[in-house]
Design a protein around this ligand. Structure first.
Ligand code: NAD
Ligand code: USQ
Length: 382
């Protein structure tokens, strides 16, 4: 199967590229390399020293004999995308290539506008490109659990049956996203749903939870293949940040009360979910939605889990409650369905003390690369 991974230089994309290549897929990467530029803009860095994409792909070929094609360019440039689709004729298009940080999208008007244009226009171009060049291609789009927000009822997988004034219908689940970034994903979902209906495109929207971890079997094969890992307050995400904070002796930064509950999954499960989606393509005209996470935790629960493991390893870890820079509920009901991927064969890697301990050990090697000024949050929602 020929598969494009857009955003294939990023945290989720790179391990996915290697995993799919290892499984025998013919993989092409599309990436504008803009994520590396945002590090420069924010005076930040990946905790791990990441090789250039050219060196990454070269090392993979040396180790496995497998070729990965690379197309450097922006999904917002339609002519470029069209040409890539013409040359590669993919069976599936995995779309990771967006600005994915909620705090980055909330810096100011410019960053909000950039995020929504980059994400919404990029996805629109992908939809038009599929329609025009490869109408049978299956779009596998990364959405987010944050599209749903935190309603006081169970969250279904994409759709909910609603009874109203004696009539019933199955409708898209209500969306209450919590940042300009999360909103961009909602806009994408609506655009994709419409394109499926209007043009018969086949699409899977993967509403992914927060991803944690660093290594997969493939990225561990050689230091040149190491994955990027974000720890700063703009791109770093909850569990990874807490583990890295413990490794450098920084208090874990729980925002507010810490009752914010989210879905989480290991990066090792992200790559497998993409394979499952690719192997079971959506039907023509179908807009399929999967909730892609394996477990639910509150932020304070995560901090306490890390605290326990760090203390067992003799580290001086601590939990701090900071004033919450975001506008969000800090105590709320949260229960989301996540059976569809498991029904299709996902065997979750759950968050045990052993797993936390392994990530902690892996990050300790790089702890001197942390730029300490980037750890505390500076971007606020108000
Ligand atoms: P990332 O920032 O590490 O990687 C995104 C990649 O896309 C980068 O390499 C970047 O250069 C590229 N990119 C961005 N805009 C582009 C454009 N217009 N054209 C071409 N390339 C572009 O992000 P990630 O953590 O790997 O996330 C990947 C996807 O998964 C995103 O869509 C994100 O919203 C979604 N997601 C991530 C998480 C998470 O916890 N990391 C959770 C849920 C959903
Ligand atoms: N949080 C803390 N302390 C921190 C960092 C975060 O308490 O140091 C809290 C936040 O306030 C929030 C929760 O942890 O309540 C999650 O924040 P996050 O930064 O880990 O995740 P989020 O901003 O939601 O975004 C991340 C990815 C995004 C993806 C999303 C999945 O960056 O691309 O879409 O996770 S989800 O959260 O399910 O929408």
């Amino acid at each position: 199967m020929k598969i494009i991974v857009a955003g294939g230089d990023g945290f989720c994309g790179w391990p996915t590229v290697l995993y799919l290549s290892n499984q025998g897929y013919e993989v092409s990467i599309v990436d504008s390399m803009v994520r590396r530029k945002w590090d420069d803009e924010l005076h930040s860095n990946s905790l791990t020293p990441i090789a250039s994409l050219e060196d990454r792909v070269k090392k993979w070929r040396e180790l496995t004999g497998k070729d990965i094609k690379v197309y450097i360019g922006d999904l917002n440039h339609y002519d470029f995308l069209r040409e890539v689709l013409r040359q590669t004729k993919p069976d599936a298009f995995v779309h990771f290539a967006e600005q994915r940080s909620a705090p980055y999208s909330m810096i100011d008007r410019e960053h909000a506008v950039f995020t929504q244009v980059n994400n919404v226009v990029g996805t629109l171009n992908v939809l038009y490109g599929i329609k025009e060049m490869v109408p049978e291609c299956h779009l596998i789009k990364l959405g987010t659990m944050g599209e749903y927000g935190t309603p006081n009822i169970d969250i279904e997988e994409g759709y909910i049956e609603i009874g109203h004034k004696g009539r019933k219908d199955v409708l898209p689940y209500p969306k209450q996203p919590g940042s300009m970034y999360h909103l961009s994903k909602v806009h994408d979902s609506h655009n994709i749903m419409f394109a499926c209906k209007a043009w018969g495109i086949r699409a899977t929207d993967l509403n992914q939870g927060v991803v944690y971890g660093l290594h997969t079997d493939e990225t561990e094969m050689d230091p040149v293949l190491v994955n990027r890992l974000d720890y700063d307050a703009v791109f770093g995400t909850a569990l990874n940040r807490f583990i890295i904070q413990s490794a450098i002796g920084h208090d874990m930064t729980v925002y507010g009360k810490g009752g914010q509950t989210r879905g989480f999954l290991n990066i090792k499960d992200t790559v497998r979910c993409i394979e499952i989606a690719a192997e079971t393509a959506a039907k023509k005209g179908e807009f399929r939605v999967f909730n892609q996470f394996t477990e639910e935790f509150s932020v304070i629960e995560l901090a306490q889990k890390v605290l326990k493991v760090a203390q067992q390893q003799g580290m001086e870890a601590n939990v701090s409650h900071l004033e919450n820079p975001r506008v969000e509920l800090e105590e709320h009901y949260f229960h989301a369905e996540n059976t569809k991927l498991k029904d299709l064969g996902l065997k979750p890697n759950l968050l045990t003390d052993k797993v936390i301990g392994e990530i902690l050990q892996a990050v300790i090697d790089y702890k001197n690369r942390v730029i300490k000024e980037n750890v505390l949050p500076k971007v606020t929602w108000k």
